[in-house]
Design a binder for this molecule. Structure first.
Ligand code: ADP
Ligand code: MG
Length: 669
């Protein structure tokens, strides 16, 4: 066997090796817990298939959960195979490739676009439904064929029809449609055979989070009795995408759809210490819907996980920042149940001068300036793209609602090439407004056939887009301009505008990107598949995590899996915290998960917890001394500079403050 590959394989444990070297003519299912090397095994399996079995790279299809995972897999494989020829990607990117090949170009509406469209439909039709609920109902309906019970059927169906009509008009597919369309195509026998032949061997990571359509895709490609060269890895305890239609029973029933599958279990965890795994095992043991497995640690013992309870989120955040300083920032990840929890931590990290990046919250593509500019490109390619048109108009200064309406009518009634000043005048535009509108139309016409980079440069010049950013966002102008230059860099790698635009929209919001040596902040959902030396899980309160909505819906098991994913990201140091007051919510109880992990006893859970505030608050100010860290309700965390006689002087981020010792509302940390 080739040198470095055989070395890597020889370092695997026996079950891992069995998986990598398993027969190629039987379906293989690897079921294993967090950190047991599933992704590693899958990656080496690809290398083995190419190098040892002799399967050409372009006959292999490897499906990952995020674009970041795709990049990582390519990078890891570049030592062994020609990754350029390998088909690696997410379900959506692969589905889109099939659609393009079979039916030609389509535009992709990402989550935000489709949200905007739904919102417009709700507002225009004056519908008595929340856009969010309607959007969710559409997704559910597309994935399961069922309309959720909490939406009015008649209203839903007409809104749905309108939504689909508008997509069609824009020649667009939303994320769900991408899968639906690919499955529809693959259901044609000729097409199915073509791809079954092309994808001689199929591998899927994180299989527990596939939804029925994705599973159907795999079945169509690899399900026929003469194929079945399929290799999936997953962990039912980490299924956390039910809200998007994922169904881990698909994974558990894999053997039903792929008879004769060989089941391989991996039970050694290479990621985390015993202490962390003990908590994880205890926690997930409370779930009923699982096969059941226990992880053994390979790395042995480590430090005890730390749990702290605080009064306010500000205190919690300051504790995070102080504790982070004991570690290398690049080795730290701060996880939370929902995006809004990051704010306090960000503030604290800024105060303490610790570099950080928020991952996957507003992904690059979701940034306003990026979306604005992309909207011009989309509109130039496809004048019927109403969402893009609204976006473009919103960036043109001096265009009010009326001009917007006239422009919209002119642009949607005819192709640009035929829209001239006449049409705009006929609509009632004069003077400056007419000039602006004509400029926009001419620009769109001009850039129609440009490669993306050139088109963007023209838009920026002609519309004075930097000037607009500077006037509108004076504080964040520079970072926005940097984002635009990054967009220009990316654009210069493409010759085809549509391809560029679609590629960007596939970088979905769960996708993670990080930079340099900084603390990474992200939701637990975004942390899937990642690992770090040190992990904080904040906001472990009833109602926060588990999330109150899940509690209402009786979905605690999914939340518990989410908590399991969170703590198993940690290799060595695990810090957990909860608060009593968060935002407008008061009297919060520690999360049941803390109790289930055995971190706090039943009695503490039941009792309204005496908070850290009360505990530290008892410290008499008279015992304060130079160098102590203190918290002040108004100024936050500071450090005692001086204590003389009756006064104490503290340095806060806002500056120095001197207090009367016995009256100061200071608490020592
Ligand atoms: N046999 C092994 N020996 C040493 N380290 C391993 C082995 N298998 C996996 N690892 C390491 O353990 C960690 C978790 O592996 P990963 O493939 O990400 O697990 P999973 O996908 O199951 O969560 C990674 O850092 C990986 O390099
Ligand atoms: Mg993995």
């Amino acid at each position: 066997m080739s040198g470095s590959l055989s070395e890597e394989i020889s370092r695997l444990n026996p079950s891992q090796r069995e998986a990598v070297l398993a027969p190629i003519d039987r379906p293989i299912m690897v079921v294993a817990g967090a950190g047991s090397g599933k992704t590693r095994v899958l990656t080496l399996r690809v290398a083995y298939l190419v190098r040892e079995i002799g399967i050409p790279e372009n006959s292999i299809l490897a499906v990952t959960f995020t674009n970041k995972a795709t990049d990582e897999m390519r990078e890891r494989l570049s030592r062994f195979v020609n990754v350029k020829r390998l088909n690696v990607g997410t379900f959506h990117s692969i589905a889109l490739r099939i659609i393009r090949e079979e039916t030609g170009d389509r535009v992709v509406y990402d989550d935000e676009d489709s949200r905007a469209l739904v919102k417009e439909i709700v507002e225009k039709g004056n519908l008595s439904v929340k856009p969010r609920a309607l959007r969710l109902a559409i997704t559910r309906y597309k994935n399961t064929g069922r309309i959720p019970a909490n939406v009015d059927r008649t209203l839903f169906l007409s809104a749905y029809e309108e939504y689909q009509r508008r997509l069609k008009e824009a020649n667009a597919l939303d994320f769900d449609d991408i899968l639906i369309e690919a499955v529809r195509l693959l259901e044609g026998e000729d097409i199915r055979e073509k791809y079954a032949k092309r994808f001689f061997y199929v591998l899927v990571d994180e299989y527990q989070d596939t939804n029925p359509l994705q599973h159907r895709m795999i079945k169509l490609i690899a399900g026929a009795p003469n194929h079945r060269r399929v290799f999936v890895v997953g962990d039912e305890d980490q299924s956390i995408y039910a809200f998007r239609g994922a169904d881990f029973t698909i994974f558990l029933n894999f053997e039903r759809d792929f008879p004769e599958a060989i089941l391989i279990k991996l039970e050694t965890n290479y990621r985390s210490t015993n202490q962390i795994l003990n908590l994880a095992n205890r926690l997930i043991g409370h779930n009923r819907q699982r096969r059941g497995k226990t992880l053994r640690s390979h790395s042995g013992d480590g430090p005890e996980p730390v749990y702290r309870r605080f009064y306010s989120e500000r205190e919690e955040a300051d504790w995070v920042a102080r504790t982070v300083r004991k570690h290398d920032p690049g080795s730290v990840m701060v996880l939370y149940r929902a995006n809004y929890l990051s704010k306090a931590v960000e503030d604290a990290l800024i105060r303490w001068g610790i570099p950080y990046t928020v991952v996957g919250d507003v992904s690059f593509y979701q940034r306003r300036e990026v979306k604005d500019l992309i909207a011009y490109l989309r509109l130039a390619i496809n004048p019927g793209d109403a969402v893009a048109l609204d976006r473009v108009i919103s960036t043109v200064e001096g265009v009010g609602a009326k001009t917007a309406q006239i422009l919209k009518e002119a642009l949607t009634s005819k192709p640009f090439t035929e829209v001239g000043e006449e049409e705009l005048k006929a609509g009632g535009l004069r003077g400056g407004r007419l000039k602006t509108a004509a400029k926009l139309v001419n620009l769109l016409r001009e850039i129609e056939d440009y490669p993306p980079h050139r088109a963007l440069v023209r838009v920026i010049e002609e519309m004075d887009y930097f000037g607009y950013l500077q006037r509108k966002f004076p504080e964040s102008y520079e970072s926005r301009r940097d984002n635009v230059s990054q967009l220009l860099n990316m654009a210069s790698e493409y010759t085809d505008t549509l391809e560029f635009v679609n590629q960007l929209s596939l970088l979905s919001s769960i996708d993670t990107k990080e930079k340099g040596n900084a603390v990474a902040l992200m939701t637990v959902h975004a942390a899937k598949g990642l690992e770090r030396e040190t992990v904080f899980v904040i906001g472990l309160e009833e109602g926060t995590f588990p999330h109150y909505r899940a509690l209402d819906e009786g979905n605690v098991e999914e939340e518990r899996r989410l908590a399991y994913v969170a703590i198993t990201r940690a290799k060595r140091h695990l810090y957990l915290s909860s608060v009593e007051v968060r935002g407008w919510r008061d009297g919060l109880e520690p999360s049941r998960f803390l109790y289930e992990m055995g971190i706090i006893g039943e009695d503490r859970r039941k009792k309204r917890v005496t908070s850290a505030r009360e505990k530290v608050g008892k410290v008499k100010n008279s015992t304060l001394k130079k160098g102590d860290y203190v918290v002040h309700d108004r100024y936050g965390v500071g450090r005692v500079l001086r204590v003389d006689g009756e006064t104490v002087t503290v340095l806060f981020s806002v500056g120095k403050k001197t207090f009367m010792k016995d009256r100061a509302k200071l608490r020592r940390l």
